[in-house]
Design a protein around this ligand. Structure first.
Ligand code: SF4
Length: 337
């Protein structure tokens, strides 16, 4: 059995705002195994980023509030860890790559210095050894002439190169788990492909587990071993990448897949969209939060929250259609049988 690095149970995170309590994460449970890539997918605002930021304790509290749930890292409960204790974990055990490297890097510091901070803090290497480590890291992430480039400032690099620097910083202390929050959204397609290839190569080389947050299913298909689909602060379907792409069972997952452009679309074919807008997370609906947008919604969907049903080993979904009493539907044809 694969070793579990991270185990999240029933995580609930809210924000107290003038408009009321925003229930951003509403009882999320998942795990990450050693050396695998778990992709968390869903529309903007579904709670993916807040979930991982809560695990890393990067959500400012207040206004944020961890209401419930447990976060276990290597079988140790870190839910109540103080910021000081988390500082020992962040960088050394778990790291994060953010979407926009320009706002995440310090524009006034040379990049070598920025990588050095983490290396010195967590490894205790002497200056000379730390510098050698920086050169090794910059070489690993594909930055040419690392001895010269480590002396340059972020604005002297292209977007793709800055993202490589971010990855070097994140990997500086060889963390066991890497959270990547839309790591290629700000990049052009060619650079995006290079960065994803680099992340895969580094995962193979160092055995790092990756939690990849994205709304791009093309990236998921390319990178993920397992997938968790999030909607309105909850995971609605989870399974292997094969389960999610070839036998999706939740209407929302199916809608996401159908809205992907395909190479064989003719000019006349229109892309499918999921009608409506995501449910409000201030006073979220009592039943299924996808009910307003779901063409299969039944009476029960508006009244009761669907429980999680196991579909096959490792594949589960929260939808009343998975109940044995529900009518059978053909998601491909969009018909109730
Ligand atoms: Fe649609 Fe009901 Fe399933 Fe929700 S529970 S996705 S409303 S069928």
């Amino acid at each position: 059995m694969s070793e579990r690095i991270l185990n999240i149970e029933n995580l609930k995170v809210s924000f107290d705002t003038y408009a009321g309590e925003v229930e951003a994460v509403r009882g999320v449970s998942f795990h990450v195994n050693k050396g695998e890539t778990l992709a968390i997918v869903g529309e903007s605002g579904c709670g993916k980023s807040i979930t991982v930021q809560s695990i890393m304790k990067l959500v400012p509290m207040p206004p944020g509030r961890l209401k419930e749930g447990t976060i276990e890292y290597l079988s140790t409960d870190i839910t109540a860890y103080s910021d000081k204790k988390m500082q020992h974990l962040r960088g050394k055990e778990m790291s994060m790559i953010f979407q926009d490297p320009m706002t995440s890097l310090n524009p006034t510091m040379r990049i070598g210095q920025q990588i050095l901070e983490g290396v010195k803090k967590h490894t205790g290497l002497k200056k000379k050894e730390a510098e050698e480590q920086i050169i090794r890291l910059l070489t690993d992430v594909g930055i040419p002439n690392p001895d010269k480039n480590m002396l340059r400032y972020p604005h002297m690099f292209s977007g793709g190169m800055r993202q490589r620097v971010m990855i070097a910083i994140a990997l500086a202390c060889n963390p066991k788990i890497l959270f990547a929050d839309e790591p290629t959204t700000a990049l052009d397609v060619t650079t995006q492909a290079q960065i994803l290839e680099l992340m895969n190569a580094l995962k193979e080389k160092f055995g790092t587990s990756i939690v990849l947050i994205t709304h791009d299913l093309g990236i998921v298909a390319r990178m993920a071993d397992r997938v968790a689909v999030m909607y309105a602060g909850k995971i609605v379907e989870t399974g292997s990448a094969h389960d999610i792409f070839y036998t999706p069972k939740h209407p929302y997952t199916f809608g996401l897949l159908k809205s992907l452009p395909s190479m064989d679309l003719s000019k006349e074919t229109k892309l499918e969209i999921i009608p409506g807008t995501p449910a409000s997370l201030i006073n979220p609906p009592k039943g299924c939060s996808f009910a307003d947008r779901c063409k299969y919604a039944m009476n029960v969907c508006n009244r009761l929250e669907p429980p999680e049903n196991e579909i096959s080993q490792g594949h589960a979904g929260s939808c009343w259609l998975l109940d044995e009493r529900a009518p059978k539907v053909d998601l491909i044809k969009g018909e109730i049988l």
